[in-house]
Design a protein around this ligand. Structure first.
Ligand SMILES: [Zn+2]
Length: 74
């Protein structure tokens, strides 16, 4: 009877360890960093911003906002 209790404790400890390990693996997949983005520089204020967030001007230049596009002469 005593050995059955020891065996039950070992099985429960193993199941808890396995559950924690599975959660760590799933969390690791979620925390993978995003891919690096292409950065561009605004010619007016020199701020760097991701290319998808930039405002394109008529001359092909990329600006941080519509106001700087206007100041930049586009
Ligand atoms: Zn700017």
């Amino acid at each position: 009877m005593k050995y059955l209790l020891v065996l039950a404790v070992i099985v429960i400890a193993y199941l808890l360890w396995r559950g924690a390990r599975t959660r760590d693996i799933q969390r690791g997949r979620r925390d993978t960093p995003a891919l690096p983005q292409d950065m561009v520089r605004c010619p007016v204020c020199s701020v760097h911003l991701p290319r998808p967030d930039a405002v394109p001007g008529a001359s092909g230049r990329l600006y941080c906002c519509a106001e700087h596009r206007r100041i930049g002469g586009n």
